[in-house]
Design a protein around this ligand. Sequence first.
Ligand code: TXA
Ligand code: MG
Length: 335
Amino acid sequence: METKKLPETGEGISEAARILAEGGIVAIPTETVYGLAASAYDTAAIERVFSAKGRPQDNPLIVHISDMEMLREVAAKIPKEAEQLAERFWPGPLTMVLPRGEKIPASVSAGLSTVAVRMPSHPVAHNIIKESGLPLAAPSANVSGSPSPTKAAHVLEDLGGKIDGVVMAGDCAVGVESTVITLCVKPPRLLRPGGVTLDELRLVLPDIEVDPAVLSEPEAGKPVSSPGMKYKHYSPRCNVIMVCAESGFADFVNNESDCGAICFRAEVADIKCPHIVYGDEENPKTLAEGLFSALREADNLGAETVYAHAPKAEGVGLAVYNRLIRAAGFRVINL
Ligand code: TXA
Ligand code: MG
């Protein structure tokens, strides 16, 4: 099939909204990553989203809304904390897991009684939801297992020919997916770190707990709090190994044979193997912005093994660390 390249203008937005209302699937930009959207009410369209991505059936989708009225349509109960979080962080990169409303089909949530909801701040995403009048279920618009798309070109690379359209907007500002928390357990729990940091969340949820799977490998055979935690993610074809090092990263890769590196800007002058810079160590926001592109480019380095220098697991760096350790399949070297 032909995948239509839609402009990010009013016309493109109207056409995307029309395709979605008619049961189509369209990749749309958000402030975090591009999402592959379908009407959250249309089970056939939802099925196409799973199959275009090759997504495991037990991994639920996030429902995107444009206002608080829509939240009442998709969630069965809205606790006081959800209102407070929405006030502070929406629209923006925060997803809340809430009890699922009866209008949302079970397949959106992979059969769970909960639903993940987020109100994106990207004006194009906002206007497409608003014009279609539909809550949009949208996972990241990549083939399952590959790095999430932060550019329209990444979406076409993965899903060109398999989806009805892509809205061709610019690069995503945050670069890693939204922070996911659940309000369906007590105390509330961080399931996936993202653009909204743990310190920011603590202002509203002082007792929030961090799920152990955020920083380390879930134990085999044990149930996980969020199905996405157990899958291999974000991986190029080469072997990625995460390296935690306060200093000495350049010396380490220079002593390894036939490898590549994903590194910080300040290290470039010292690194002798093929490498990609993904941002500045002191500014983890730039690392979040550059990580997924760097992982996609890693295969072009021509090395079988690529060592990636991990950021400090704090602030936005926690989200980058969480994605990198998954891209590395939990293979970590501590220098
Ligand atoms: O920033 C984002 O969140 C992007 C953009 C497009 O909005 N979307 C995104 O979707 O990252 P996806 O499908 O790639 O990741 C959704 C994550 C998965 O890890 C999934 O397991 C988790 O959210 N999730 C969804 N519904 C859930 C639920 N009801 N309970 C627990 N975890 C849930
Ligand atoms: Mg994803």
